[in-house]
Each structure stands twice: as structure tokens, then as C-alpha cells.
Write a protein that binds this ligand. Structure first.
Ligand code: CMP
Length: 139
């Protein structure tokens, strides 16, 4: 089915000028960018977005990193968009990511791992609503 998912190009990747290369991977996989903006999130926004991880030992590091520079937040649309995006991204830890995936090619560590993508329909819906209003999404 045609789905929407939420994607972020993280500060490590925007800093290294990899936005276009990453979007090319997504588009080449058949995903369509239906909303996109560059944000410099505050620590409070990063904490709210990643609230599900607040008990994890890496929460402080994660939210400090995500508020350390610009991020590109996007909505992607396509057939099985959630699973397809996760396939193109590769495993969270770049050392475990399959060859040819975004994280294998562009990520530096498990924390500075270039991209984020929603893991399920319910989280996709919540994450899209966190960053975008309805009129900002143009399919
Ligand atoms: P993401 O898909 O954005 O969702 C949560 C993030 O936490 C994850 O990608 C990783 O970048 C980050 N993360 C997971 N495990 C660790 C860890 N052990 N140390 C630092 N960051 C982590």
C-alpha cells in the first residue's frame, strides 16, 4: 500500500554536505519527498521528539547531538514507504549496515548515523505530526 513515513537527515550528514546524496538514494528507491524543511532543533525539541528513549543511557548524548546543528526533516511517500526507507537506510549501527545502504556509506557511528526513519505506521504518524502541519505536506 502507499504509505507515508518520516525521515531526518541528521546534523553529521548536513555538516558534511550530504543532503543531496542522501535524498538521491531515497528518490532512486522510489520514495517521493512530499514535505521537506531544514530545522535547527533546540535541546527541548530533541528531548520531546525522542521522549520514547528518555530512560536509555544514550538519551543525553542523542539529544545533545540532534540539537548540535541543522537537520533536514522530511515526509516520504511511496509503496511500503516505512519498510523501504528502513531498507535504504540500513542498520542503526553503521558497522552492521548492509553494503550500499545510506548508513554503510555515510554514517560515522551508532550515534552519528546520518539518518532517522520511522519504524512503524503509528510512529510515522506521530513523527510527521511532530514536525509538519497538514498544509506543509504536498503529495
Ligand atoms: P534513530 O533512528 O534516530 O533513533 C534513536 C537513535 O539513538 C538511533 O537512531 C541512534 O542514532 C541513537 N543511538 C542508539 N543507540 C545508541 C548508543 N548506544 N549510543 C548513542 N546513540 C545511540
Amino acid at each position: 500500500a502507499i504509505e507515508r513515513t518520516f525521515s531526518m537527515i541528521k546534523p553529521d550528514a548536513t555538516k558534511r554536505n550530504l543532503t543531496g546524496k542522501i535524498v538521491d538514494r531515497l528518490e532512486s528507491a522510489g520514495l517521493r519527498v512530499v514535505a521537506s524543511k531544514r530545522v535547527y532543533m533546540s535541546k527541548a525539541q530533541a528531548e520531546a521528539f525522542y521522549a520514547v528513549h528518555r530512560e536509555r543511557p544514550f538519551y543525553g548524548e542523542l539529544t545533545a547531538f540532534m540539537s548540535s546543528g541543522p537537520t533536514v526533516v522530511q515526509v516520504l511517500e511511496g509503496e511500503d514507504a516505512i519498510a523501504k526507507n528502513r531498507e535504504v537506510m540500513g542498520a542503526t549501527n553503521p558497522a552492521e549496515a548492509a553494503p550500499g545502504t545510506i548508513r554503510a556509506d555515510f554514517a560515522q557511528s551508532i550515534g552519528e548515523n546520518a539518518v532517522h526513519g520511522s519504524d512503524a505506521p503509528e510512529t510515522a504518524k506521530e513523527e510527521i505530526a511532530f514536525w509538519f502541519s497538514g498544509v506543509e505536506i504536498v503529495g
